[in-house]
Write a protein that binds this ligand. Structure first.
Ligand SMILES: [Zn+2]
Length: 185
C-alpha cells in the first residue's frame, strides 16, 4: 500500500467514502482533510481514515535532494522510497514519484532496486514529485539486470556488467560508482 503523508489541510477523502477519525476534520467543501502532519491510514473494510502524527518528522521540501531506491516502475513512472533527505536519514518511508516526460521511457532509465539521487520538484497534496534533470541526479548504484552482477559505468546512459558483459541503459548520476554518494551533493 502506498504510504501518503499529509500536511494540515490536505485532502484525504470525501465524506461519502470514509469516516474521519484522529487527525482528520471535515471541511465545508465536503472533503475530509488532515489536521496534522502525519501518515494516512485507510481502513477499507470499516471505511475509517485517520492521520497518525509523526514525531520530529523530517519533511522533504522543494529543492531538497533525496536518495532512495526504486521499488516500482512503469514505462513512464517510477516510485522511489526515500531513505535520505539531503544528508539526513529518513525513516518515515516517504514515496517520491517520478513521471517521465522525455522520449526515453522511465523503465529504460532505472530498474527496480536501483539507488537513485533525485531533487524534489513539487509537493502536491502529499505526493512528492522529483526530477532527474541535473547531471548529478540519477542512478548512484545498480546491479546487472541479467545476472545481478556488479556493473561499471560506460557513459552517462549505459552500464556494463563485469560478469556477463551485458550492457544496459540507465540514467546515471555523474558520480556513479562513488559509494560515498550515499551523501547528496
Ligand atoms: Zn550480468
Amino acid at each position: 500500500m502506498r504510504v501518503r503523508f499529509t500536511l494540515p489541510g490536505d485532502r484525504i477523502a470525501t465524506i461519502e467514502e470514509f469516516e474521519g477519525l484522529d487527525g482528520v476534520y471535515q471541511h465545508s467543501d465536503g472533503m475530509l482533510r488532515a489536521s496534522r502532519v502525519g501518515k494516512v491510514t485507510y481502513d477499507l473494510k470499516q471505511r475509517y481514515v485517520r492521520v497518525n502524527g509523526l514525531k520530529s518528522i523530517l519533511l522533504p521540501k522543494v529543492g531538497d535532494h533525496v536518495i532512495g531506491f526504486v521499488h516500482m516502475l512503469t514505462s513512464n513512472s517510477a516510485n522511489i522510497r526515500i531513505v535520505y533527505i539531503n544528508e539526513l536519514r529518513s525513516d518515515a518511508r516517504f514515496d517520491a514519484i517520478y513521471i517521465g516526460r522525455g522520449k526515453i521511457k522511465v523503465q529504460n532509465m532505472f530498474r527496480v532496486g536501483d539507488m537513485v539521487r533525485a531533487k524534489v520538484a513539487s509537493i502536491l497534496n502529499g505526493y512528492i514529485h522529483v526530477t532527474f534533470r541535473d547531471s548529478n541526479l540519477g542512478v548512484i548504484y545498480t546491479r546487472c539486470n541479467q545476472c545481478g552482477g556488479e556493473v561499471v559505468r560506460l557513459n552517462a546512459e549505459e552500464v556494463k556488467c563485469v560478469e556477463c558483459n551485458a550492457v544496459s541503459s540507465r540514467k546515471l548520476a555523474e558520480d556513479y560508482g562513488n559509494v560515498n554518494a550515499l551523501r547528496c551533493s
